[in-house]
Design a protein around this ligand. Structure first.
Ligand SMILES: [Zn+2]
Length: 466
């Protein structure tokens, strides 16, 4: 059956039909293609299952017979797709327009903490958010700098805390220039200088708003965007990528497909979209683009429950994929036009959907994490180079060969049905600390993930002052 693009277009009837059919098919495949199932054989009772080393050609192995097989051998270890025990991953990606400081903190206290909040008991989910450095209209969007100046605003101190904590992990197009425009290279340079000076690192970029935001990045589908056009007044992508932005969401990266990065079939074919793709910007800079699930209707609190529907969360798990949900939590569109969202912020259906997500996380089914963390994890997991060797009775060493920051190993899980102990060392041969999980079926080790914690809420006068 040829791969089909599912959930493309805004036809809900077709989405439902395709979803049913494809979901059922994948369930069947999952049962048949579990790698552990395939690898259990008559020797499942032996302590360490051994397979031929990759360096040995099968013909040579056959010629040398069984002796060769036992001298060139590699203990069987699997790098799992998601951190143990999860089989899928979800992040919420919020674009910050129309969010008031009060709404930001009320919503994130509910989403991120376990405290009693204005929206009920907190969910304890590490949901991240985005940052404007400038804003042409403070009633619409608060920002790090005061309006379009380079003077820090009265919110700058707690925005710094949020970026440092990792709760804010996306740079939203430098600023909100809707309806006015005027964000040029000096704005970009001043913003990046300030972030660097404060040692604040943002790896993720998302384009923002209306076509006046010509600082947006266009890449291979550029129309009005000039942020990556050398020579344009708005050109900044050389500075932005040198600063450290490596993942970009551009205007054409919204999707209606659920999820991305589905598990390949047993023959290695992938039916579905990747979460990340390579892109060369118009100045030659190389970045990775990422997709966000939008849905057939505008992404705001009124459509959050549909984005996180039971069916979508089932598909996410059945297809063992990843999903980044595109939102504007600060936008109340119930009057027909967008205005800043006010208490209670979310319809009951959206709160129920978020509670369902929290339950699935608590049950160890869906890994809920921040945008940057999920992108980095998928990137590292998909390209990781590693090898194994037996280091004693039932013990295996996983040596990671890829050179990457220690923090980027977070969440990686190695599992084996045959080893009793798995050690992990990095590219310099240094031991990597892991959490160990042993069941009757397998042993797995996971590099711990430290999720961001919401800093203390600023005093009310900091948030509500006009
Ligand atoms: Zn935006």
């Amino acid at each position: 059956m040829p791969p089909r693009n599912l959930f493309v277009g805004d036809d809900p009837a077709r989405d439902a039909d395709d979803g049913e059919e494809r979901g059922a098919r994948l369930v069947r495949h999952r049962v048949a293609q579990d790698p552990f199932e395939h690898r259990v054989d008559a020797r499942a009772d032996s302590a360490v299952r051994l397979v031929r080393s990759e360096s040995m050609r099968p013909t040579a192995a056959l010629a040398r017979g069984r002796q060769a097989l036992t001298t060139h051998r590699r203990p069987q270890v699997e790098l799992l797709r998601f951190p143990h025990p999860y089989r899928a991953a979800l992040a919420l990606s919020n674009d910050a327009e129309f969010m008031t400081p009060r709404a930001f903190w009320d919503l994130h206290r509910f989403l991120n903490t376990s405290a009693e909040t204005r929206l009920g008991p907190g969910l304890g989910l590490p949901i991240t958010d985005s940052l404007f450095m400038y804003s042409v209209d403070e009633r619409r969007s608060f920002s790090y700098f005061d309006a379009t100046s380079t003077r820090p605003s009265r919110h700058a101190w707690w925005l710094r805390d949020l970026v440092a904590a990792g709760v804010i992990d996306v740079l939203h197009a430098f600023g909100d220039f809707d309806g006015v425009g005027g964000c040029t290279r000096p704005h970009a340079a001043a913003a990046l200088d300030e972030l660097s000076r404060q040692d604040l690192r943002l790896e993720v970029w998302s384009n923002h708003g209306s076509a006046e935001n010509t600082q947006n990045i266009g890449g291979s589908h550029a129309t009005y965007q000039r942020g990556d056009l050398p020579g344009a007044d708005e050109y900044h992508s050389d500075l932005t990528t040198q600063y450290g932005v490596r993942y970009c969401w551009l205007d054409f990266n919204a999707t209606n497909e659920v999820p991305q990065d589905p598990r390949p079939t047993r023959f290695g074919r992938v039916h579905g979209e990747p979460l990340l793709e390579d892109e060369t910007l118009r100045d030659g800079a190389r970045v990775r683009l990422f997709r966000r699930y939008r849905g057939p209707n505008r992404p705001d609190p009124a459509t959050l429950a549909a984005q996180l529907s039971e069916r979508h969360l089932e598909l996410l798990q059945e297809r063992e994929g990843a999903m980044i949900v595109y939102q504007h939590l600060g936008c109340d569109r119930s009057s027909g036009e967008c205005v800043p969202n006010e208490y209670p912020y979310l319809p009951d259906a959206a709160v129920r959907a978020l509670r369902r997500v929290a339950s699935l996380r608590d049950e160890g089914r869906i890994w809920v994490t921040g945008v940057q963390r999920l992108l980095r994890y998928r990137d590292v997991q998909a390209s990781l180079r590693w090898r194994t060797r037996a280091v004693g009775e039932g013990a295996v060493e996983v040596a990671i060969e890829s050179r990457c920051d220690r923090r980027d190993l977070a969440g990686l899980t190695f599992a084996s049905r045959h080893a009793k102990v798995i050690h992990v060392v990095d590219a310099d041969g240094r031991a990597v600390g892991v959490d160990v999980e042993t069941s009757r079926e397998r042993v797995s080790v996971t590099v711990p993930v430290v999720e961001p914690e919401l800093p203390p809420t600023p005093a009310a006068h900091e948030l509500d002052a006009a």
